[in-house]
Design a binder for this molecule. Structure first.
Ligand code: ZN
Length: 352
């Protein structure tokens, strides 16, 4: 019965209010280049590493182009083979280094290039298909005990600034994406708020990849190390994990969690927007995911700004019974809560 609930003494924060800037950097893979024959002839033995110059961010030229073509051939998706060592190339080099047991610094030094052009180079793992996170009749649970895998990706992610009216809500970072259904529900909700005279909203975070969460955690660890000379990395990491979720354990990976605040306000709690949101979000399918009094169940400190899309039928039961998601799912599993019937929309009634 403890399947969904695990009591954890150390409550932690699920997301970062301050949003350590995370940029998408999702480059499209260039079509596979026909460089196989050429590179096979040039396969380098480790002894020949001296023949390679160090390529890193900002490097340009034929060597970079060849590097990009080889990365593409191995499935690492550096983007177009344009001969410019940009963020896409760096990301692909890091992925190659990680898969090949090399130091993951994103710099293509002699050792990395020798491994890259070697016939023993490990190819990129095939990415699993994106997951329809709303396909299940119950909301998906993501927390410390139920993390998603490194390659998890929700299906149907859309850029919020394309879905949401900029006059309705400011999207703080332009690459912010969310699952379409959650984005549409957000828009409907904020339109209703506007009718009630409550405006000035901002989204500071929504979907976050495993890699982004890793960057956020690493940035926080670096900050602790800088501020506290003498701290070990282990100590800094455990301090960072009190406020940043471990990669895989953040609900933002689902593309259904949204951090909302008021532009320019130092705190969301106490604003009229916060009061409106906490009263009405349920009717639009969102829950206030981390609430006071539930810290020992959710494992996170209360976050007034973090809402999670689950669908109105589930959200209303959680509101009416005062349950957090873990309690709700456990109640359903135990049979003490009846599974709510899916909402029948007008569209379905009118459909053929
Ligand atoms: Zn959040």
């Amino acid at each position: 019965m403890e399947k969904y609930i695990r009591r954890s003494a150390a409550a932690m924060c699920a997301c970062l209010t301050l949003c350590w800037a995370v940029t998408g950097g999702a480059e499209n893979a260039a079509p596979a280049q026909e460089a196989a024959a050429e590179t096979a002839q040039e396969t380098a033995a480790p002894a020949e590493t001296a023949a390679y110059s160090v390529l890193s961010s900002g490097s340009k030229g034929e060597e970079v182009r060849r590097l990009q073509e080889r990365l593409t051939e191995l499935g690492y998706e550096p983007g177009a083979a344009d001969g410019i060592y940009g963020s896409g190339t760096k990301k692909a080099v890091r992925a190659f280094q990680k898969a090949n047991g090399l130091k993951t610094d994103g710099t293509a030094g002699p050792q990395t290039q020798a491994a890259l052009y070697s016939q023993a180079a490990v190819r990129a793992a095939e990415k699993p298909a994106p997951v329809d996170v709303l396909a299940s009749e119950l909301p998906m649970l993501v927390n410390k005990e139920h993390p998603v895998g490194e390659n998890f990706e929700p299906a149907d992610l859309v850029p919020l600034n394309e879905v949401c009216d900029p006059g309705l809500v400011k999207i703080k970072y332009k690459n912010t994406r969310a699952v379409r259904q959650a984005a549409v529900a957000l828009t409907e909700m904020l339109e209703a708020a506007r009718e009630d005279g409550v405006t000035k909203w901002q989204v500071s975070a929504a979907y976050r990849s495993y890699e982004s969460q890793e960057s956020i955690l690493n940035a926080r660890i670096s900050t602790y190390l800088k501020r506290n000379s003498g701290w070990s990395r282990k100590k800094a990491r455990s301090a960072a994990l009190r406020t940043v979720a471990e990669p895989g354990a953040s609900e933002h990976h689902l593309g259904l969690a949204i951090d909302i605040n008021v532009p320019g306000a130092s705190s969301f709690l106490g604003t009229k927007q916060c009061s409106w949101l906490h009263e009405h979000c349920w009717d639009y399918g969102f829950i206030v995911r981390y609430q006071e009094g539930k810290e020992s169940i959710t494992g996170f400190t209360a976050e007034a700004w973090h809402i999670r899309y689950v669908g109105a039928e589930h959200a209303r039961v959680m509101r009416d019974r005062g349950l957090c998601l873990e309690e709700y799912l456990q109640g359903i599993a135990e049979g003490s809560i009846e599974m709510p019937r899916p909402e029948v929309t007008e569209e379905v009634l009118l459909g053929d």
